[in-house]
Ligand binder design. Structure first.
Ligand code: HEC
Ligand code: HEC
Ligand code: HEC
Ligand code: HEC
Ligand code: HEC
Length: 158
């Protein structure tokens, strides 16, 4: 609750309270069931974007052969099945988003050994994703200075 109140006061953080088409619990998947982050966000080490998993990734566990499995009776899996039967992608709502004039490449960070949690917090404990870092320029520069990474304008603005 405190984190939520702080986020509101700062006005820079978001995520909590955003309604997703299917309430997707990271704690159940990445926490209790220990599914690695990159099982779902599979382009994080080779692309600018970490990537949001396709319906096929969910279906691999929840709809093998089109048959609902694993938490099949939960409202979320019923909604997932409805999207699957309609042949539609789940219209996930994006939370983290920096302006287009700045560039953030996931692969450079992941391959340099920066953990997802350093920027995204303890996602494996979150029932609902929250943005815990401001993603403002000062935040980028603080870490770059600390780790002696380049800070000239053209590193991020081009
Ligand atoms: C079983 C698949 C799965 C696993 C495992 C998983 N995620 Fe996700 N992740 C998703 C889906 C689906 C979304 C989009 C829905 C949402 O935002 O809750 C998402 C959203 C996110 C977002 C927010 C994206 C945005 O819109 O800004 C972050 C950050 C994230 N995940 C980080 C992680 C991290 C870190 C881990 C490991 C600790 C992890 N995820 C494990 C499926 C997964
Ligand atoms: C590697 C296997 C795996 C993948 C991939 C996977 N899940 Fe799950 N999911 C699970 C397991 C295990 C549970 C917990 C089942 C239980 O506790 O009964 C679960 C539970 C759920 C639940 C029910 C949560 C609850 O407590 O009611 C939802 C909703 C869900 N998953 C959605 C998704 C979506 C959407 C995707 C794709 C983005 C996805 N899952 C991908 C394994 C997976
Ligand atoms: C150095 C900080 C940092 C690290 C480390 C990091 N991220 Fe991100 N992440 C960001 C920023 C900043 C954004 C917003 C990027 C944008 O808007 O272009 C973001 C966005 C995302 C998104 C939204 C959609 C997308 O495809 O980009 C997901 C999902 C995500 N991160 C998952 C992860 C996962 C999983 C890891 C670890 C494998 C990870 N991130 C590591 C900072 C980080
Ligand atoms: C927690 C630490 C951390 C944060 C926060 C961080 N970075 Fe980085 N960043 C790094 C590290 C470490 C590297 C170095 C990768 C290497 O040397 O291979 C890097 C490299 C980069 C590069 C590639 C630099 C090059 O020489 O080509 C860009 C671009 C970049 N970061 C942009 C950003 C942006 C934009 C943000 C904020 C939205 C950000 N970073 C936040 C640690 C961070
Ligand atoms: C490590 C990455 C990084 C570097 C280096 C960097 N910026 Fe930024 N900059 C960002 C990000 C991310 C944003 C968008 C978030 C924000 O507005 O704080 C931004 C935003 C800005 C803005 C818009 C601010 C606003 O209020 O809309 C300006 C102007 C700017 N940067 C100028 C510069 C200049 C000039 C330099 C070199 C002295 C520089 N930046 C270096 C990441 C960087």
């Amino acid at each position: 609750m405190l984190a939520g109140a702080g986020a509101l006061a700062l006005g820079a953080l978001s995520g909590g309270g955003i309604e997703q088409p299917i309430p997707f619990p990271h704690d159940v998947h990445a926490g209790t069931n220990q599914i690695p982050c990159m099982y779902c966000h599979s382009s994080a080490d080779r692309s600018v974007d970490a990537g949001i998993p396709s319906m096929e990734v969910c279906a691999g566990c929840h709809l093998p052969g089109g048959v609902p499995m694993v938490a099949a009776d939960s409202p979320g899996i019923r909604t997932l099945t409805a999207y699957w039967n309609a042949g539609e992608a789940v219209p996930w709502v994006r939370i983290h988003d920096i302006p287009d004039h700045a560039h953030f490449p996931h692969m450079m960070h992941v391959n340099a050994g920066v953990e997802c949690q350093e920027c995204h917090g303890q996602v494996e404990e979150m029932a609902e994703i929250e943005q815990v870092s401001s993603l403002r320029m000062g935040w980028c520069l603080d870490c770059h200075r600390e780790r002696q990474v380049r800070t000239d304008c053209f590193v991020c603005h081009y």
